[in-house]
Design a protein around this ligand. Structure first.
Ligand SMILES: NC(=O)c1ccc[n+]([C@@H]2O[C@H](COP(=O)([O-])OP(=O)(O)OC[C@H]3O[C@@H](n4cnc5c(N)ncnc54)[C@H](O)[C@@H]3O)[C@@H](O)[C@H]2O)c1
Ligand SMILES: O=C(O)C1=N[C@H](C(=O)O)CCC1
Length: 251
């Protein structure tokens, strides 16, 4: 049995994790953390420092500013952390890297299997097409999402740029731009509305032809599945920084 603490337990993803874990005999949620209050089947605290229950792993779906303190407290308790929260700034990303020297940390902006397959396809396409095709990334999410562009859009852009030796510049929207598009741009565009769970489309636009590779999330359970899988993986790891590729490699 893997004992889980959920950071952000009152939020949309926190509730999904609690519900999925309660239906899976491999997991038990022993406590939650949230700055809000909500009705849960486990005790809810304001901070990891206050949690009295013994646990094996923390799953974090909260807000970017919460991440550095969570990791500091997790180091104090020697607890592995799955960081699924997006919108981290450079300093917050550094806190993740620093923490991973002391505890196992798994970080991915998208826990779904589908997006991770999309990443492989997009990297292959970029290698073949990048000289002649312009690359644009579109994402759409629900109207409650605070960060933009999505962590996944940035993950996709970084994956493309990585295979192209960091040659690309990111352009976020084109409002008020009057210059022609540069060959070395990746355009990244965010839409928000309704209850959309998560749409990502990578467009390779060439002369008289277009290739589109897209992913459509139809439920939050796809992220929940990945986060629980990552938690199970992480409890047996040494301190270090892990991601979806580490999971896939382990089989
Ligand atoms: N990696 C993935 O696969 C994936 C999937 C979905 C969402 N996300 C990310 O997870 C995060 C949460 O998404 P959501 O839709 O559940 O959001 P949400 O707003 O519904 O929930 C966030 C919860 O975190 C709580 N919170 C905020 N600050 C906190 C703090 N300092 N300490 C403890 N709790 C705090 C809020 O009160 C809220 O209950 C976002 O960053 C989102 O982009 C990632
Ligand atoms: O609902 C969200 O918020 C999501 N955030 C992640 C992102 O920013 O990429 C993953 C998709 C859902």
């Amino acid at each position: 049995m893997i004992r889980v603490i959920i950071n952000g337990c009152c939020g949309k993803m926190g509730k999904v994790i609690a519900s999925m874990a309660s239906q899976n005999p491999e997991f038990e949620v022993v406590a939650g953390i949230d700055q809000n209050t909500c009705q849960c089947e486990f005790p809810v605290y304001k901070s990891l420092d206050d949690v009295k229950e013994t646990a094996d792993v923390v799953i974090d779906f909260s807000y970017h500013t919460a991440v550095p303190h969570l990791l500091k407290a997790a180091i104090g308790k020697n607890l592995p952390v799955v960081v699924a929260t997006t919108g981290l700034d450079d300093e917050e990303i550094n806190s993740v890297i620093e923490a991973s020297k002391y505890i196992p940390v798994f970080r991915s902006a998208n826990m779904s299997l589908g997006i991770n397959v999309l990443l492989s396809l997009v990297k292959e396409a970029a290698k073949i097409l990048s000289n002649d095709f312009d690359i644009e990334i579109l994402e759409m999410h629900h109207n409650m999402k605070k960060d933009s562009p999505s962590g996944t859009a940035l993950l996709i852009a970084d994956a493309i740029n990585n295979v192209l030796n960091d040659k690309k510049e990111y352009v976020y929207g084109r409002h008020s731009k009057t210059d022609l598009r540069d060959k070395n741009e990746i355009g990244i565009h965010a839409l928000r509305g309704g209850t959309v769970v998560g749409e990502h489309e990578v467009i390779f636009a060439g002369h008289d032809e277009i290739i589109k590779i897209s992913h459509s999330a139809r439920s939050r359970e796809i992220f929940g599945n990945g986060a629980l899988f990552a938690a199970k993986f992480l409890v047996n790891q040494k301190p270090g920084l892990y991601n979806m590729e580490s999971l896939v490699k382990k089989g």
